[in-house]
Design a protein around this ligand. Sequence first.
Ligand code: SF4
Length: 271
Amino acid sequence: MSDTYRVRASSWASLFDCAHRWEGTHILGMRMPSSPRAQLGTAIHAATAAFDEAVLAGQAIRPVDVAPVLVDELTSPDREVDWSADELTRRDAERIGLQLVTRYCLEIAPRYHYVAVELEVVPWLIDCGGGIVIEIRGTLDRSRARADGTGVGICDLKSGVNAVSQGRAKTKGHAPQIGTYELLYERTTGQAVTLPADIIGLKTSGAPEVAVGQIHNAREQLIGSDDSPGLMDYAADMFRSGLFPPNPTSHLCSAKYCARWRVCKFKDDQP
Ligand code: SF4
């Protein structure tokens, strides 16, 4: 008899940021409304995915054709959005989102030959020992696989106020998610990922910017060896023990982003 935890592939990497927050959301079911900026990100990702899927299907498509996807996500979201949570209005979100989607479609997407958009993965069962099993499933949200004739690599779209800095997409902190996606892609398709990952940054503050940054060898953080455990070993320990440690230094440790904030005794809420 085993206990199986079903985990969405897109949530997995956030376990390694603050495991306590991840446990609150994904095991204990704590929920909070989406922030305006998070919803802007959802809208941008939905519109860019619609564009890339059409190109992959061989359809003629223009940025303006996917604008309704963005607007729809902002005006009729699937989840509750607290539009009072920050200074971003729905009108500004729409303006910024349309600029970024257009720039992505015209400047970034044509550089790549995508072979999969937000791929649905074959579930990955990880035996943690002690009768505990993790099943990672779902889709590679916000990601594409690209091919260049020499190999395959992951492209991951990241939106946010700090997604681009000095003309480059921010890559710091993204390796656990990229490594997970690379492993899931390989398990699902049987094809090795041999190219570095490209992070495509879409900056949602100030003048909207788009840029690319690279991550090499992301999988090394995930997979351990006999004398050096990887993140998957730490994850197995957490599920086996039921101890999900807090990280009050996480940049998402705030009432705005953490559903466990109100009841978490580990938060650092000093001014
Ligand atoms: S309040 Fe901070 S430390 Fe506590 S669960 Fe949330 S992010 Fe983690």
